[in-house]
Design a protein around this ligand. Structure first.
Ligand SMILES: [Zn+2]
Length: 428
């Protein structure tokens, strides 16, 4: 599974970006920050017997990383399309088995827009009419959600989106074509928010049999197209205060990148307290085996949350972490027992982390998939928000996540022969 994950990421990198090359060196953009840092590229030498990459994954584990895979896929693709890279067939192993994956990947891409509408329609059908909506409206609620999510998926301006909407109407996905201003009005509705969260959860359910390992992280979306979260967070903190941000916290499955739980907060909200909510939501639908998160999430409570679901937490300890956790004065017997349970767990995990580092990092590496998930969402649907008000920004960000999940399902339909069905138990 582990090697598979890197391969899959490599395939995505190869599909998304055009890799530059100089002699036998290839330059692969780093994915960890939306692929947008300046000159953030790793150097890959795709030698068959001894491939090499400058990324931390390769440096620490010396196994084929996603960047090496990406170069191999790129070489295969070029070889297949122009037949002129014969010198490379000598140095890079061509693996026939991937022809299949390319075919399904391409098929998924070609049919995506049609499949997207059809799956989105199926999803929206289950939601019914909320009682909170009053007054006259042109579209039924489920069609409002269809139209807004399809709009965010399309990434074009409202006016240009109208031809997509007419197309959706012609295919029977919506009963009327709304006025082009309506979509942004729909996004302003607070009623939408819990429904979008519910649809994101629902859209992950067809993958319950496939996902057992999960990863958690957060990332910001800004209202300015020219300001990137990574720059604001790490290099120029004043950008944090000048612009509007929403922060998206999510948990995803590491095999398909499907988002299983999401929470949106303002830009300054801490990561660690959101962790439990994401784990709890995911645990309602999935049998969890592993949960990985970076050290910002390290706390005895978060470790306990994962263990309570009989899953294994992979959260690295900090350099100043101590093998024992906290020393409180416990008043009651009950508090005492809880404290002992937590401190035992902390000590166990601390020792596992300290003395089995290679095993720890082998599993912890799956965390990078949540970064890929954010990269995929931002690359495909943009990392900025068009909406002007807070509520609309939250809804717009949720629409991006929902659109991402539907794309994950489409990919799985082609790659894993999945046939998604929603709303197994009818809701009222
Ligand atoms: Zn690498």
């Amino acid at each position: 599974m582990e090697a598979n994950g890197r391969e899959q990421r490599g395939l995505e990198i190869a599909a998304k970006s055009k890799l530059e090359r100089s002699g036998d060196r290839w330059f692969v953009p780093s994915q960890s920050n939306g692929g947008t840092n300046h000159g953030g590229k790793y150097i890959v030498k795709p030698d068959v017997s001894n491939p090499h990459c400058t990324c931390p994954d390769y440096e620490t584990r010396q196994i084929k990383c996603k960047h090496i895979w990406a170069v191999e896929f790129t070489v295969q693709r070029e070889y297949r399309t122009d037949g002129q890279n014969e010198t490379f067939t000598e140095t890079v192993k061509i693996r026939k088995t991937y022809k299949q994956e390319w075919t399904s990947y391409n098929a998924a891409q070609v049919n995506e827009k049609d499949q997207f509408q059809s799956l989105l329609r199926e999803l929206c059908k289950g939601i019914g009419e909320p009682s909170q909506i009053v007054g006259r409206k042109r579209l039924p609620f489920e069609e409002m959600i269809f139209a807004t999510t399809f709009k965010v998926y399309s990434t074009v301006s409202q006016r240009r989106f109208m031809s997509d909407l007419r197309d959706a109407h012609a295919k029977g996905y919506i009963s009327k074509v709304p006025h082009f201003n309506s979509i942004s009005n729909y996004l302003e509705s607070e009623v939408l928010t819990p429904y979008l969260e519910m649809l994101i959860e629902e859209s992950s359910l067809p993958l319950t049999a496939i996902e057992s390992d999960f990863a958690v992280d957060s990332s910001g979306f800004s209202t300015c197209r020219f300001v990137q979260w990574v720059d604001a967070k790490y290099t120029n903190k004043s950008l944090m205060t000048k612009r509007e941000w929403v922060k998206v916290h999510l948990m995803c499955g590491v095999k398909t990148n499907v988002v299983t739980a999401v929470k949106i907060t303002d830009r300054f909200a801490g990561d660690s307290p959101i962790f439990k909510q994401l784990v709890d939501t995911t645990a309602q639908n999935f049998v969890m085996q592993e949960v990985s998160a970076d050290k910002a999430y390290l706390s005895a409570a978060n470790l306990q949350t994962v263990v309570d679901y009989a899953a294994m937490p992979y959260i690295p300890f900090k350099s100043n972490s101590k093998p024992t956790w906290g020393l409180g004065t416990q008043q009651t017997q009950d508090q005492n027992a809880r404290w002992r349970r937590k401190t035992n767990l902390w000590r166990q995990m601390y020792h596992f982390f300290s003395f089995n580092q290679s095993r720890f990092f082998q599993q912890y590496h799956k965390r990078s998939n949540v970064e890929s998930t954010f990269s995929m969402i931002k690359a495909k649907f943009g990392d900025s928000l068009r909406s002007k008000t807070k509520t609309a920004q939250i809804n717009e960000a949720l629409c991006k996540v929902l659109a991402h999940n539907i794309c994950c399902l489409i990919q799985s339909m082609y790659e894993l022969d999945l046939k998604p069905e929603f709303w197994a138990e009818p809701i009222n």
